[in-house]
Design a protein around this ligand. Structure first.
Ligand code: PLP
Length: 379
């Protein structure tokens, strides 16, 4: 089945008892057990819930995995996945990783004895060089946030396999519709489902997906042990969002391509970051390992004053944290997604005071360009 069919029919079959078109929201916290000698299908909603299970089945199939775990947020998903590491372990992570992941690795997991070295993972040599005798994992994000740098996923996985490191990737920007890291050899896929998977800016959710059965068992244990599960209601909302993933990604990506080309031609813009532009460093690589460049792009207006004016003049996009919604969202990484990062750390990653990120939604691209155009005038 093609993905557009899968998102509608996988794991989200008509309800068994009534034939209802949508999975019921099972709000029960606990389940009646008829025989204490039998292992019940459902016992307690933290360990398993039918609505969440329908979602998890769909997510696993979409990513080409065997198991998926729905968690309360992208950070809950990353935290649950990080439980695969323990005191004394070292991990290597993409330098321009999501700000919250940077905070989690540099300020929280260090408390439990897991050390992280951040490297530019677009440089495979840098990954190799960062390896230590106690290195156990490699955490990637491609395209990266917010400069959309592309890591050679297969190349990075090859280095990890040689050294027996586990590979994790944050696939939030791409979704399984555009990029399937498990097929490229990655061990663990992490998502902020708050973004494109949910797609409507009305939900905070996360997911972890794996192919390996043993990793699935471990993560199931950690999901239940940590308890950062997604609620039945939010699981249902995410199922609903998933059903339109294919059409949303197609439409948003098409508009993003048009808008990136438009922005690249404007005089007041110093740089446009979008892996769908031929001028982007990772253009070829992105087309090899994914089915498109996605719907997020960034551009640099040069300084904070211009950004402030621009964000006050635009009328259509939300000016907000987050991305991947039906509405376009403009954000300012310096104070938003990467506010948790020290200013020097931001600058190393190319996140200057003039950088703006745009998540392209489902508005007509002509209207978006008109709006951006009037906001760029006389900046
Ligand atoms: C938003 C985001 C996260 C964090 O997810 P939450 O759902 O906000 O906890 C992680 N990674 C990326 C790439 C994100 O955009």
């Amino acid at each position: 089945m093609k993905k557009a069919t899968q998102v509608i029919h996988t794991g989200i079959e008509p309800e068994k008892h009534t034939g209802a078109s949508s999975v019921p929201i099972f709000m029960g916290s606990t389940f009646h057990q008829t025989d204490i000698d039998e292992i019940p299908a459902y016992e307690y909603s933290r360990s398993g819930n039918p609505t969440r299970e329908a979602l998890e089945t769909a997510l696993a199939k979409l990513e080409g995995g065997t198991r998926a775990f729905a968690l309360a947020s992208g950070m809950a998903a990353m935290t649950t996945a990080m439980a695969l590491f323990g005191a004394g372990d070292h991990v290597i992570a993409s330098r321009d990783i999501y700000g919250g992941t940077y905070r989690l690795l540099s300020k929280v997991w260090t408390q439990f004895g897991v050390e992280t070295t951040f490297v530019d993972t677009t440089d495979l040599e840098a990954i190799k060089e960062a390896g230590q005798p106690n290195t156990k994992g490699l955490i990637l994000e491609s395209p990266s946030n917010p400069t959309l740098a592309i890591t050679d996923i297969k190349g990075a996985v090859a280095i990890a396999k040689e050294n027996n490191w586990l590979t994790l990737i944050d696939n939030t920007f791409m979704t399984p519709y555009l990029q399937q890291p498990l097929e490229l050899g990655v061990d663990v896929v992490v998502h902020s489902a708050t973004k494109f998977l949910g797609g409507h800016s009305d939900l905070v959710a996360g997911a972890v997906v794996v192919k390996d059965k043993n990793l699935g068992k471990k993560l199931s244990f950690y999901q239940n042990a940590f308890g950062a599960i997604l609620s039945p209601h939010d699981s249902w909302l995410l199922i609903r969002g998933l059903k339109t993933l294919a059409v949303r990604m197609e439409a948003s990506q098409k508009s993003a391509e048009i808008i990136a080309s438009y922005l690249a031609k404007q005089k007041g813009i110093e740089k446009v970051y979008y892996p769908g532009l031929v001028s982007h460093k990772g253009y070829d690589l992105q087309l090899q390992q994914a089915e498109g460049a996605g719907a997020v792009l960034s551009f640099d207006l040069g300084n904070r004053e211009k950004v402030k004016k621009f964000l006050q003049k635009t009328k259509l996009p939300l000016v907000a944290v987050s991305l991947g919604g039906v509405e376009s969202i403009l954000s300012y990484p310096t104070t938003m997604s990467h506010g948790a990062m020290e200013p020097e750390e931001r600058l190393i990653r190319g996140i200057g005071p003039g950088l703006i990120r745009l998540s392209v939604g489902l508005e007509d691209p002509d209207d978006l360009i008109d709006d951006l155009h009037q906001a760029l005038e006389d900046l």
